[in-house]
Design a protein. Sequence first.
Length: 225
Amino acid sequence: MVDTTEQAGVVPHLGRQEAERWQHHYLGPEHLLLGLLRHGDDPVGHGDNPAARLLRAKGLDLETVRAEVDRLIAQGVLPGPQPSDAELLATLGIDLEAVERRLKETFGWQAYYDAAQRVRLRPTHAVPHAPLAGTPLVCWRALRFACDEAVARGQELGPEHLLLGLLRDAQDPLGTGLYPQDRRLRGLLGLPDHGPHPIKLLVEARGLTLERLRAAVLNELDTNR
């Protein structure tokens, strides 16, 4: 178990918000990187974020990385907007609006409203206050690497360790070490299961290398010890 700083704890939630910009129903490495930058752009109440500061200094600011994600989507490296549940049902010939009208006609508006409210207010997660529960984590290996980096230094997990985890994960091409269930998940999400890692592409688009950026992060950690 690794203790996590408040700064690092909020990053995945900001990353999930970034995923919603593209209607992505998963949390991937690219979203986690954007979460780091989002936190760095608005650190009020959360403290300093050296990882975001370093990324911006290297030309990887929030808007630049968002534009690069758009480019990867256009190239098919990342999926475009993913269909909602209603859109998926429509492909099966199920019209949710028609179903809603039929229920109201059959049972009455009040009965429909009461039933909808019970469903809406019912707890959706077994663990309270866990808004990321149920979100497929495509960045699970980067998070594990981040924990390893913090443990190796006897530190709380912070934004710098998250960035180190992303860079370490990006050193391997997509598909390396994937379990069969991971490949199935990527297929369902419209993600490729082989090819260059998106973080590697995002970093190299700015004329950087993973190794140079990792060295800069390690220097930041050593400086602040």
